[in-house]
Ligand binder design. Sequence first.
Ligand code: C6P
Length: 414
Amino acid sequence: MAVTAKPTLDADKLRADFPIFDQSFHGKPLAFLDSAASSQKPRQMLEAMTRFYETSYANVHRGVYQLAERATEALEAAREKSCRLINAPEAREVIFTRNATESLNLVAYAWGLTNLGPGDVVLVTELEHHSNFVPWQYIAGRTGASFRMLPLDAGGELRLDELEAVVGRGTAKVVATNLVSNSLGTVNDVARLAAWAHERGAIMVCDAAQAVPHKRVDVLALGCDFLAFSGHKLCGPSGIGVLWGRAELLEAMEPFLLGGHMIKKVRLEETTWGDLPHKFEAGTAPMAEAVGLGAAIDYLGEIGFEAIEQHEHELVEYALGRFSELPSVTLYGPPADRRAGIVSFNVDGVHPHDVAQILDLEGVAIRAGHHCCQPLMTKLGVAATNRASFYLYTVPEEIDRLVEGVRKAKKLLG
Ligand code: C6P
């Protein structure tokens, strides 16, 4: 029987690509365990952006001169890379936005305002980030549709067995879920939800902000209709996000933002919209940001998404094991085999912000708060948690420092 080796990466070596690690904080090397909020940046990506500004910068899709054509080619090359990254059928289905939040708002407004009404059900989950919750709640309210939430079980996983009961006699029109939860790391069965949604004639909207940076994501295999992510969480710059949507849906939709570039003809009587993707890209594009995103995709692609996922899996297994040594720590979320590289926890008797502050003094950066998931916090019965999140540059010694810092916080404040 052939034995296939697990893909691997050398995090210690990769760290040399990230200038941020050249500094210390409070006299200690930086243990950056907050990549779910935003990732650090490799030199290769930063250099690609600088090179673009120095050699190829002009406004895109407007000038006929050589420099403007070069800039346009660079932007469109980044679109092609984003398209291949998620196995999208066509590059014109890839819309550049500011971030995942804007991508999700685009769908909620531009699809929802026209297609939702009384009797329809918009179904989100108890695990959603506010960016895939609040826009749907708002648009449901505006259109008279009913807004409902698929509950979680005690382990932080979606109760798929409750789908029928939650929708009841309403007509499911939208199912919106994340692929990976930013708070608990839960990996959701989006393919199953998409199949369920399509059987009922609903669209499937996938928030992949915490998935695309960490694992191979394939929109066709997921069977979703829309998928959103941000550049800044995948080693790219801030200020750029992606929305992928099926061409026939995007074509039938009204625009979201109006103005320059997104039009075909403007007359006093009427304005007509440009073709995809331009219809949804009003104003000057995030050009250098797109180039940075493209370079980040190349960088991660060379390391390999399978290797990144495997590395984070090993880290999360290690972290859950180490935390189980601490009786004063409550861990949230599913077991390691069904979660990404995210660990949410609380320390008995110590406020999450105090834990995070003690850890900061140790050079360990984590996030404390509700993680833009207040419905989930309500479910967990807490106002906030601590969250450590990992990436390709995370090493096990940083998890050791995290655990030691938590011990110290408990001793000082617990
Ligand atoms: N989560 C976190 O610390 P933006 O801010 O638009 O790039 O991404 C929004 C977003 C949407 N969905 C999920 C699942 C997310 O995790 C995020 C961003 C950060 O968890 C900031 S709140």
